[in-house]
Design a protein around this ligand. Structure first.
Ligand SMILES: *Cc1c(COP(=O)(O)O)cnc(C)c1O
Length: 233
């Protein structure tokens, strides 16, 4: 089941890359982050055994539970909103925190990473759809924060994370992803393309459009593992 799903996903990723307008968008690689939230730890093992290096989780506690049961391995991405009281654990557990959505969160990450003498890899999450229920920096707050990154020496900002509007018409997400790519190029000019490597956009219902518009990392749960079981936390 999972292996079949993975084959379909890889095929769709390749097709989307082929459709990209290469004059406009550089790069021809896409990282597939397997989103294992609300699935049992076994699913992480399956993903790693199939050659995927990256796993994504939404909650600190759920990732901690899984990591305690699994052998070391995998590059762990945090995708969900971070509460202040979880930041210490998040810095201990995650290789990449994709969901930095305020200057305050970044400040706390800096503080905890400094204590551990860690260089914490992060992405800045921008809320381009201005939906109130969604976390992420407003574009205005993002533009301000990006001028202040030098004040966070234990944090390495490697790019951006964007979530499009949930819709049953995937085409409608295209302008959001196109804007994400513009902002990513701007950040690359600021930080350099050796540091600023990652544009994380696209989930099960819209990832091929995100890739066409320039995403080089997609976060897929349902497409790989089927429906989530919300009793697993
Ligand atoms: C849950 C989640 C995903 C994966 O969602 P699917 O629709 O199952 O692919 C991706 N990104 C974030 C931020 C999520 O919370």
């Amino acid at each position: 089941m999972f292996r079949d799903n993975l084959a379909i996903v890889n095929h769709k990723i390749a097709a989307a890359l082929a459709l990209r307008q290469t004059a406009k968008i550089t790069g021809d690689k896409v990282t597939l982050v397997a989103v294992t939230k609300n699935h049992p730890p076994l699913v992480v093992t399956e993903a790693l055994e199939a050659g995927l290096a990256d796993v994504g989780e939404n909650r600190v506690q759920e990732a901690k539970n899984k990591k305690e049961l699994l052998p070391a391995g995998g590059i762990w991405h945090l995708l969900g909103h971070l509460q202040t009281n979880k930041i210490k654990q998040a810095v201990e557990l995650f290789d990449i925190i994709e969901s930095v959505d305020s200057a305050k969160v970044l400040m706390h990450i800096e503080h905890e990473a400094a204590k551990l003498n860690k260089l914490q890899r992060v992405l800045l999450q921008i809320n381009l759809t201005r939906e109130e229920q969604k976390s992420g920096l407003s574009e205005e707050d993002y533009q301000l924060l990006r001028t202040q990154l030098a004040s966070y020496p234990h944090v390495r900002v490697e790019g951006l994370m964007v979530i499009a509007k949930a819709t049953d018409k995937p085409e409608e997400t295209r302008p959001t992803f196109a804007r994400g790519y513009q902002l990513f190029c701007q950040l690359q000019e600021q930080l350099g393309s050796a540091t600023c490597t990652t544009l994380s956009m696209g989930m099960t219902h819209d990832y091929w459009i995100a890739i066409e518009e320039g995403a080089n990392s997609v976060r897929l749960g349902t497409a790989l593992f089927g429906a989530r079981d919300y009793s697993i936390k």
